[in-house]
Design a protein around this ligand. Structure first.
Ligand code: PMP
Length: 395
């Protein structure tokens, strides 16, 4: 078939299924309010959980970083792109996470692909929670290891899989906070099950860093887990840190191995050093953002109580990710469109990103919001739900 015709047919199919993805053009920096097409919208879908993406000190560090280092790194880390700024950030991230060393990657997606593939291959086995982020699932699939998933947070299922293995080595991979449901992994049980079966454990805490634990040290800190218990720890910098990129934290041996063997580390251009400089500033702010974290928790409680009194069932999440499952794709789209008319930007997340029949409005709250804005969202959700028809709002 002719390429254009083939692609047009696939696009039409996606449109018919109400799964067509579109982008809206943002006309302002991140914050509680975004400009879109000349109108302000309350922003309830960003991962900038602490409002650092547009913090004056982070922006000033980015400016200064560009003045000191220019716009780009010029090469990969192993050629001559690894600047003193990158190196200092790695040392600070190691200290922050309580690990021996940390290593920067250009994105979380690449870190997850590159780390899994450096650790396991044919003859090994990767076990993942069914709701893990796409980058973890893709990393597992690409690795050539036997790739298996266990039911979401179902520890009996994980244990059964771990105990029943002929693999050379097993690697358990899990999100700290699940990106589409907002709940936390049962990490203490996963650590124990992995230890009992000599499996390695990798935790991607993209959504936990900055929001959970003392000084925002994330889900592993929240559960009091150290480097021996969670030897491979991933963080991303594009969420609560407010910048861009990702890191892996762990032992000296782990990090040296990744430098030798991780293809998405070796064969790609290093982050701009200015981004590393901005991230050093945001790390300092994130560590000290106790007030912001408290404020965020208050907004989360306010939102959950508000949904409760409106009869809208939320998922079991204490994180800033508060999805409202609406069921059908069409209903999620209708509600998202109505919310935009009412001045709230809440994205509809549909399959295949989430399981069939669980299309949802993925509300995210940030420390940049205030309580009036959350009230406004609740009002708008109430209106959108009543307009969207009688289809049940599922728990
Ligand atoms: N892991 C998780 C859990 C995520 O939610 C995301 C981003 N959506 C990533 C990894 C990918 O990180 P990045 O955006 O830096 O590629």
């Amino acid at each position: 078939m002719n390429l254009e015709n083939r692609l047009r047919a696939k696009l039409a199919e996606r449109q018919m299924a109400h799964r067509y993805r579109t982008r809206r053009i943002v006309g302002s920096p991140q914050g509680a309010i975004l400009q879109e097409g000349g109108r302000p919208l309350l922003n309830f879908c960003s991962n900038d959980y602490l409002g650092l993406a547009n913090h004056p000190l982070v922006v000033a560090a980015l400016h200064q970083g560009a003045a000191d280092w220019g716009a780009g790194s010029g090469a990969s880390h192993l050629v001559n792109g690894h600047s003193a700024e990158h190196h200092a950030l790695e040392e600070e991230l190691a200290e922050f996470t309580g690990r021996e060393r940390a290593l920067l990657f250009s994105t979380g997606y690449m870190a997850n692909i590159g780390v899994i593939n450096a650790l396991v291959g044919r003859g090994d086995r990767v076990l993942q929670d069914k709701l893990n982020h796409a980058s973890l699932l893709d990393g597992g699939l690409l690795s050539g290891a036997d790739f298996q998933r266990y039911r979401h947070n179902d520890m009996a299922h994980l244990r059964a899989r771990l105990e029943n293995s002929g693999a050379d080595q097993q690697l358990v991979v899990v999100d700290g906070v699940f990106s589409m449901d907002g709940d936390m992994a049962d990490l203490p049980a996963i650590v124990e099950a992995s230890r009992a079966n000599n499996a390695w454990l990798m935790v991607d805490d993209a959504h936990g860093f900055g929001t959970l634990g003392t000084h925002g040290r994330g889900t592993t800190d929240y559960f009091g887990l150290n480097q021996t218990q969670v030897p491979v720890l991933i963080g991303t910098l594009g969420k609560a840190f407010g910048t861009f990129g990702a890191f892996v934290a762990g032992s000296e041996t782990l990090i040296e191995s990744l430098i030798q063997f991780s293809r998405t580390y070796i064969y790609t251009t290093a982050l701009p050093p200015a981004v590393a400089a901005a991230t050093r500033a945001s790390l300092r702010l994130l560590r000290d953002a106790e007030e912001g974290r408290q404020h965020l928790q208050q907004l989360i409680t306010q939102f959950r109580q508000g949904c409760d009194s409106l009869g809208m069932a939320l998922m079991d999440s204490m994180s800033p990710i508060q999805p409202l499952i609406v069921g059908s794709d069409a209903k999620a789209m209708r509600m998202s469109a109505r919310l935009a008319e009412l001045g709230c930007w809440v994205s509809a997340i549909r399959p295949p990103t989430v399981p069939e029949g669980t299309a949802r409005l993925r509300v995210t709250l940030t420390a940049a919001h205030n309580s009036e804005q959350v009230d406004k969202l609740l009002e708008a959700l109430n209106d959108a739900a009543s307009q969207a028809g009688d289809e049940e709002v599922l728990p």
